[in-house]
Design a protein. Structure first.
Length: 233
């Protein structure tokens, strides 16, 4: 089997799962990707296909054939990557793939099981992603910070410093920083509050973090009342 055969075979499997209504819905959530690039395959089906293909020559050829055209091809690639069990191989796979990610939906779905087991060794790689200058590599790094470093025993104030250090005019990065701080306000309020009180974030991100924290059921009413007084007008 050559690369074209592998890609075409996997594409046929994706189109066999096609749902036009779901494709239209998915496209509405990702406005920066053309509608024609959505096949309409639901996430559980993509995960099942990744499980079926994992470790095969077909999958190896497919993941090497970058960039992909369809949104679901990118999602499938992400689900194949997150199943990798060797740390070095996983980092190499992500470094090859992340520069080709073009939207938040693909970026945010990648959640390698290996990272849950080894967060202590992950931080140096997160720092590389945060400094990469690539929008979705940076967003992925922020997502990994939020997923693995806002709870004991791995939380430190330095985690928030790393996130606050991401300054960008890119909407999808500002939104991720806001989301991370809103989560920190739910989980580590005393540590996160000085970043709000001292206005360590740009005004838009600052207010968005407060908004999301206020909307969260995990933030107490007393904390919400305090946060409302800290909005930048």
């Amino acid at each position: 089997m050559d690369t074209n055969q592998a890609v075409n075979t996997i594409r046929e499997k994706l189109f066999a799962l096609k749902d036009e209504k779901y494709a239209a819905f998915s496209a509405s959530l990702v406005p920066n990707v053309e509608r024609e690039r959505f096949i309409g395959v639901r996430t559980p089906q993509l995960r099942a296909l990744a499980k079926e293909l994992c470790g095969t020559e077909e999958a190896r050829l497919f993941t090497a054939a970058l960039p992909h055209y369809y949104q679901e091809e990118n999602c499938l690639h992400g689900f194949l990557a997150e199943r990798i069990k060797d740390e070095g191989e996983l980092y190499a796979a992500l470094d090859a793939f992340l520069p080709h990610v073009t939207n938040w939906a693909v970026c945010d779905l990648i959640s390698p099981a290996l990272f849950k087991k080894r967060p202590a060794s992950l931080m140096p790689k997160i720092d590389e992603w945060l400094k990469s200058g690539d929008v979705y590599a940076v967003r992925f790094g922020l997502g990994m910070l939020m997923a693995h470093y806002l709870d004991a025993p791995y939380f430190t104030e330095e985690v928030l410093g790393r996130a606050a250090g991401v300054t960008s005019d890119e909407y999808y990065l500002k939104m991720m920083v806001a989301w991370l701080f809103a989560t920190a306000l739910a989980k580590q309020y005393d540590a996160a509050l000085p970043y709000i009180k001292n206005r360590r974030l740009d005004a838009w991100t600052h207010n968005k973090a407060i908004q999301k924290a206020i909307e969260s059921r995990r933030v107490t009413d007393g904390h919400k009342a305090e946060l409302r007084t800290l909005k930048i007008k």
